[in-house]
Design a protein around this ligand. Sequence first.
Ligand code: FAD
Length: 290
Amino acid sequence: MRIVDMLTRSRPSVSFEFMAPRDESEVDVLERTIAALAGHGPDWVSVTYRQRTGEKTLELVTRIKRQYHIEAMAHLTCANTVDRTRQVLNWMEREGVANVLTLRGDPPSAGEPFVPADPRLTHASDLITLVRGSGYRFGLGAACSTERHPESPDLEHEFRYMQLKVEAGAHFLITQLFFDNRFYFDLVARARAAGIKVPIVPGLMPVPSRRSLAVMTAMSGATVPAALQAEIDGAADDDAIRALGVRHCIAQCAELLEGGVPGLHFYTFNRARAPIEILAALRGQQLLAS
Ligand code: FAD
């Protein structure tokens, strides 16, 4: 089923992002996380794409669909040549993958430049154009930023290229993580004023630890509100940070749901506990259907 169809019905969708494992040591945790979260009613899930282990994404997506009967979207980046990208897309089509999240991809580490494998695939919009121009029938998602992307001079630049991705054929957008809903509501208002009608799904990260927060804010450009930062600074340990991250995320989700979002997309970092606690709180407050 196309994810965009789930995002345009009246009930907000719940979805989880899983990270494709880097090596065998990460497989057990991931398997347990998928099994645990599958029991909490996601409408769909997605699996990240890593440069050197792309085939793991494809295996995982098809297995989640078969084993758990949950719609699973494959992320795909500009990490490959056009020829290799076509092979991957053909494989996905054969295996019945219905949705692809088209991305440029992260640079090897924050601050380093992204080096494309093929000069014809330097931005996510090039990948969307390739998929659309080749007649594939996937439902297509794309990423967008609510705050300045680390490589952008300003939000204006970001907005222009978000618009280009929609014009090229993205059916829906998922935001980078953010901790202040004002950025999300501003982006949606601006998009609607510019005639962009596609669903914009908020991407949410319950703060996992001080270290992960530092990495993720550097990679994404997300800022931490002063009050939340002060709480994090005063927290005794990572358990306390995790608990206040869950509290903050519940409050964010409650406001987003009241604001009429098409869905909630959780960056799980392959951990089930925080999303389970957040969903239980939102369902307990009748903000989400059980
Ligand atoms: P783009 O849209 O190509 O944008 C990248 C930068 O280039 C931006 O600054 C943009 O403004 C600018 N730009 C865009 N188009 C043009 C153009 N035509 N000309 C000039 N400048 C342009 N990374 C992974 O490696 N694997 C994943 O699985 C993955 N999953 C993600 C899932 C989500 C929901 C999100 C939000 C991000 C994910 N990322 C992933 C990270 C993502 O790849 C990075 O945020 C990356 O820096 C930007 O990706 P993009 O698709 O938005 O790129």
